[in-house]
Design a protein. Structure first.
Lengths: 387, 251
């Protein structure tokens, strides 16, 4: 039985798509964003609503493939497909779009998407290391501020930025505490519910209401823990899921893991914990603080990306995980290549079982994914017995 | 107490029965169109052989493992193959299992499965590919493998099963010797298996399971490609069923 408030969380999908329409009709501006690198604080400081537009369902991919190559990551195809089919209310009501030069596939897709709506592209450095990279990214932050000021005819003051930073830090803090509840053995929330709660925050039109809902969910879960109510029993293998982002519609690997009896306790991906780990420094000058926070995102588009390994290590220890599953969307070169590094690190440094699954959003390989996931969990069980 | 392993693959169903520690029975049959029907036939055959299913522990494995209502548990074919191969071989190995729709490479260390790789989404390099091509040539799989030893070392270039079939038809049309086409077909499947095995990494002995292990000429050609002797055992096609039966002892 899941926590009652999860129903309210799930209802956010419907609620927010109505609210975005109301907000638009009331003259509010909406900034559509695609990535965990997107500084939503700046949109908030401009008096606008930041929403996440990253595509997580198979549905619009067929349309996208009329333009984009088939052999491209499903996330890019789905995002573009939503843009051209007008099936996503958040895209529809977005006044401007913010994109980043993360991977090659995305940045070239954005060239095509920019024909549909006004778009600002932030140039990410290829590395997060060193002063040059930070200077470049600070400059990009300033350019985005200028863009929004011009587009919306507003002034983004330091005070407004500081307020937005505090608000987003509060959201991050709540989401982080929610995620950390599953560090408890056994986990009180299923990975599926955790993913939904984390993913749905990206659509919150009213940030304060969203934070309040998560605080209530945390409270309910804590009460349930006191009563000894958990999502899994003590024996369920605890899995850390890393790799490409997932949302509703692209949860098949997470679902297969939990249906096979695993408890997915940590989501080290950008819809999960990746964006929550580092807070924005509230003391520093806001532009430097924002630049530092977002550049610290351990994404595979950065080289090197050792921070991801550090994060996996911390989460694996804190959440007492029994195995690591790395999800790679087909044709995502950066995560796909990095999987080898992650595999070596997990097997040799952390001494944990590891499996990579490369797949797409379709259900054409459900049978194979199921066999692989079950067999992986069996190897964990066997090694647990042997140790 | 009987321990029974039922391995329902996409093409063939295999059953192994232990009476305590003694392997007393192995039988196989085509899976046919319905694995539920197959599981009923298996149940009847077990009863006909005088095996009391009420005094048995049963594990089902393979693609049709969920279609065995009288099984106590299901375990994936990967874990079962590992267990069964270790029983048959008596040592660690890299197992190559060429099944009807999947080809799997499984690493055994200290008798345990520590790593595995499967082909995804495509029937290239599987038993099904061989079956279709044998049909196109109008011969049995055994015959095809034997013919291959006599043929010239040609290649079928298409990886896709459907395109490969067209290629075989045009080779027939252009008068290429049947033996050489057979060799090309075997080369194609062995090339795919080699690619998966090579990426996975080969350690210790290579042990072949699945229906093709019974065809000497196939084992010989696979050994040539891998540049090492591929081992197999007369009961290797039952590895999954034997492993399932052995694991049933732990229930």
């Amino acid at each position: 039985m899941r926590p009652k408030i999860m129903e309210e969380v799930e209802a956010l999908r419907g609620v927010n798509s109505a609210k975005i329409k109301e907000a638009h009709e009331a003259g509010k501006k909406v900034v559509g964003m695609y990535c965990v690198f997107s500084p939503s604080e700046i949109a908030l400081a401009a008096g606008a609503i930041p929403v996440s537009l990253c595509g997580t369902t198979q549905e619009p991919i067929e349309e996208a493939e009329k333009v984009l190559p088939r052999n491209l990551c499903p996330l890019i195809k789905s995002s573009y497909g939503f843009a051209i089919t007008d099936k996503c209310p958040y895209f529809y009501f977005s006044d401007v779009l913010l994109a980043e030069t993360t991977c090659d596939g995305k940045k070239k897709m954005y060239e095509l998407m920019a024909e549909i709506k006004p778009m600002h592209v932030m140039s990410l450095p290829q590395t997060a290391e060193g002063e040059d990279a930070l200077e470049m990214w600070k400059n990009e932050i300033v350019k985005f501020i200028n863009f929004l000021e011009e587009q919306f005819d507003v002034e983004i003051t330091e005070e407004k930025l500081r307020d937005a930073i505090k608000l987003m830090n509060r959201e991050r803090d709540a989401m982080k505490r929610l995620h950390k509840l599953n560090a408890h053995k056994p986990a009180p929330l299923s990975g599926m519910d955790m993913m939904l709660a984390q993913w749905l925050k990206g659509f919150n039109v009213e940030k304060e209401a969203g934070i309040d809902l998560i605080e209530r969910l945390i409270k309910e879960v804590e009460e349930r823990m006191e009563q000894g109510i958990y999502a899994f029993d003590e024996k369920a293998p605890r899995i850390l899921l890393t790799g490409c982002p997932i949302g509703a519609g692209s949860e098949k690997v997470l679902k297969a893991l939990e249906e096979a009896g695993a408890s997915v306790v940590a989501l080290e991906n950008c819809t999960g914990y990746k964006g929550l780990d580092v807070m924005v420094d509230e003391e520093k000058d806001p532009i430097t603080a924002l630049a530092e926070k977002y550049l610290a995102t351990p994404c595979s588009c950065m080289t090197p990306n050792n921070r991801r390994l550090d994060l996996i290590k911390r989460l694996a220890e804190e959440y007492q995980v029994d195995g690591v599953v790395d999800l790679t969307w087909q044709a995502c070169h950066t995560y796909n290549i990095e999987s080898y590094t992650v595999k070596k690190f997990v097997q040799e440094e952390l001494n944990l079982p590891f499996m990579q699954i490369e797949t797409d959003y379709s259900d054409s390989d459900t049978g194979q994914v199921k066999v692989r996931v079950e067999a992986f969990l069996e190897t964990i069980e066997v090694s647990a017995v042997a140790n | 107490m009987y321990y029974i392993g039922i391995d329902i693959g996409s093409t063939a169903a295999k059953v192994s029965v232990f009476n305590e520690d003694e392997l007393i029975l192995n039988f196989a049959m085509p899976t046919g169109w319905s694995s539920i029907e197959t599981s009923k036939v298996i149940e009847k055959r077990l009863r006909d052989k005088g095996i009391d299913l009420e005094k048995s522990k049963i594990i089902a494995t393979g693609y049709g493992r969920i279609s065995v209502p009288y099984a106590d548990k299901t375990i994936t074919e990967i874990t079962c193959h590992g267990k069964g191969a270790h029983y048959l071989l008596g040592k660690d190995a890299t197992i190559i299992d060429i099944g009807g729709q999947d080809t799997k490479i499984i690493t055994l260390e200290n008798g345990r499965v520590t790593n595995f790789t499967m082909n995804d989404k495509c029937a290239a390099g599987t038993g099904r590919f061989l079956e279709l091509m044998a049909n196109t040539l109008g011969v049995s799989i055994d015959k095809l493998a034997n013919m291959a030893l006599e043929g010239e070392d040609i290649n079928i270039t298409s990886m896709c099963t459907v395109f490969a079939e067209s290629e075989v038809i045009s080779l027939i049309g252009s008068g290429t010797k049947k033996e050489s086409i057979a060799r090309g077909i075997i080369n194609s499947i062995i090339g795919r298996v080699y690619a998966i095995a090579h990426k996975h990494g080969i350690k210790d002995t290579v042990f072949l399971t699945g229906g093709l292990c019974e065809i000497g000429s196939f084992v010989e050609l696979l050994s040539q490609k891998l540049n090492m002797k591929v081992e197999t055992k007369p009961l290797a096609r039952y590895a999954g069923a034997i492993g399932a039966a052995l694991l049933a002892k732990n229930i």
